[in-house]
Design a binder for this molecule. Structure first.
Ligand SMILES: Nc1ncnc2c1ncn2[C@@H]1O[C@H](COP(=O)(O)OP(=O)(O)OP(=O)(O)O)[C@@H](O)[C@H]1O
Length: 371
C-alpha cells in the first residue's frame, strides 16, 4: 500500500520537530528514516500511525486520506490499519505465544478457527511455529521481538511501522534479525517505514534511505547511492566516513575544479570527477575520505605530492580482519587508515609512513545540505 506525506509539519509547543516534510513511499517498499537522536524520525513515523497530529499537511494511505489539516480530516489511529513494532516488545509474559499473537484478533471477535489459522500463518513467517504453546516469559529477546512482529502482522496491516525494533538485542542477534526482517518484508511485499539511528541497519533494511536532520529529509535515495554519494560532509560523517577534512582552494587552482589543499596546510588534494566536482559557489568544503580507501606504506623520502602525504604513525589498533592506523601528517591533520591484515608489512608507532589515495576516492562536499 502506498503512503504519501505532503508538507507535514509537527510542533511541540513552540518547537518545530518536523518541518514541511514530503515523501512518497511506494507499495511494498521499505523506507528507512535514518538520523541522529532528536532529528524527528519517530515523530514523522508516529504521524502516519495517527499518534501525532501535524499542524499542517496531508497524509494518504492507499487511496484513503487519513489526515488533512485544511479539510479537518484526522482518522483515528485504530482505523488506519497500521501495524507498529517498538523497541520494547510489550509481550505479556504470563500468556503463551499463541495467546499473545491471537490477542488482537480476539479483540476483533473473529472466530476460533480463523484465529488459529491466521496465528499459525504468521508464526510460520517469523519462525516460531514450534513455540506456539510456550510461555512468553521463557523467550529470549530475539524471540520476543518476533512475537511482537507476529502480533502486528496478524492484523494484516496496510503499512508496518518499526521504531528501532532491534536496539534492545545484542549485536550478533541484531545482525541475524536484520536479515530475517528484510526477508519477511520482501516475502510479504510489506510497505514498511523503519526508524533507526544505526547506519548499518538502515543500509541493510532499506529500499530507500531517508536521511533526516533537524526535522527535514536532506537526502533520500537507495542505500548504495546514499553510501557512495552522500550530498554533504555531515551526511558522510553520519555514514561512517572517518576522515572529514576542511579544504581550501590553492592559489594556482586555475580552471581545475578538482584541486584543493587541506585547510591551513600546503598539502595538495585532488578529488574525483563526480558530477563535475564541487560547485565553486560552495564556500565551506570538506574532503571526505574513507579509512579503507587510504593506502599506507613505509616512507623514506618525505616529499609531498597531490594525494600522497608523509607522516608518522601515532596509533596502531589491531582489529582482526583489519588494522587501523592513526597517522599524524607532517604539517597537517591526523588521518585514520584501515588496512587489510595480510597486505601489511608490520608498521609500529613512530614509523615514518606515506599515506596515499586515488583521486576518485576523495569526495569534496559542502559541509551541510543547503536549507
Ligand atoms: N512529546 C514530546 N513533547 C515535546 N517535545 C517532543 C516530544 N516528542 C519529541 N519531541 C521533540 O521533537 C524532536 C524530534 O523528536 P523525535 O523523537 O521524533 O526524534 P528522533 O529522531 O526519533 O529521536 P530518537 O532517535 O532519540 O527517538 C526532538 O527535539 C524532541 O525533543
Amino acid at each position: 500500500m502506498e503512503v504519501t506525506l505532503e508538507n507535514i509539519s509537527i510542533a511541540y509547543g513552540g518547537a518545530v520537530a518536523v518541518k514541511d516534510l514530503s515523501i512518497h513511499i511506494k507499495d511494498a517498499e521499505s523506507l528507512v528514516l535514518l538520523g541522529k537522536s532528536g532529528c524527528g524520525k519517530t515523530t514523522t513515523m508516529r504521524s502516519i500511525a495517527g499518534l501525532e497530529t501535524p499542524v499542517s499537511g496531508r497524509i494518504v494511505i492507499g487511496d484513503q486520506v487519513v489526515f488533512d489539516s485544511e479539510k479537518g480530516i484526522d482518522v483515528p489511529s485504530y482505523k488506519r490499519q497500521v501495524g507498529m513494532v517498538f523497541q520494547s516488545y510489550a509481550v505479556w509474559p504470563h500468556r503463551t505465544i499463541f495467546q499473545n499473537v491471537a490477542f488482537p484478533l480476539k479483540m476483533q471477535k473473529l472466530g476460533r478457527r480463523e484465529i488459529a489459522e491466521r496465528v499459525a500463518e504468521v508464526l510460520e513467517v517469523v519462525g516460531l511455529t514450534d513455540f506456539a504453546d510456550r510461555g512468553a516469559s521463557l523467550l529470549s529477546g530475539g524471540q520476543m521481538q518476533r512475537v511482537a512482529l507476529a502480533r502486528s502482522l496478524v492484523m494484516r496491516p496496510r503499512v508496518l511501522l518499526l521504531d528501532e525494533p532491534l536496539s534492545n538485542l545484542d549485536a550478533r542477534l541484531r545482525e541475524r534479525l536484520r536479515v530475517e526482517l528484510r526477508s519477511i518484508q520482501q516475502k510479504l511485499d510489506l510497505t514498511c517505514v523503519y526508524v533507526t539511528h544505526d547506519q548499518t541497519e538502515a543500509l541493510a533494511l532499506a529500499d530507500r534511505v531517508a536521511l533526516m536532520q533537524s526535522g527535514r529529509i536532506v537526502q533520500c535515495a537507495g542505500p548504495e547511492e546514499v553510501y557512495e554519494r552522500p550530498l554533504s560532509a555531515s551526511i558522510a560523517d553520519f555514514l561512517g566516513v572517518a576522515n572529514i577534512l576542511p579544504v581550501d582552494r590553492p592559489l594556482d587552482a586555475g580552471a581545475d575544479a578538482r584541486r584543493f589543499r587541506l585547510a591551513s596546510t600546503d598539502l595538495p588534494v585532488e578529488c574525483g570527477d563526480v558530477d563535475g566536482g564541487p560547485r565553486s559557489a560552495d564556500a565551506d568544503l570538506r574532503a571526505c575520505i574513507r579509512p579503507e580507501d587510504l593506502h599506507i606504506e613505509a616512507d623514506v623520502d618525505g616529499t609531498v605530492r597531490a594525494n600522497s602525504w608523509p607522516g608518522v604513525v601515532d596509533v596502531v589498533s589491531y582489529q582482526g580482519a583489519t588494522t587501523v592506523y592513526q597517522v599524524a601528517l607532517d604539517r597537517g591533520p591526523s588521518l585514520q587508515i584501515s588496512a587489510p591484515r595480510r597486505l601489511q608489512a608490520p608498521l609500529v608507532k613512530g614509523d615514518r609512513v606515506r599515506t596515499s589515495i586515488a583521486a576518485r576516492d576523495v569526495q569534496v562536499l559542502p559541509a551541510e545540505v543547503a536549507a
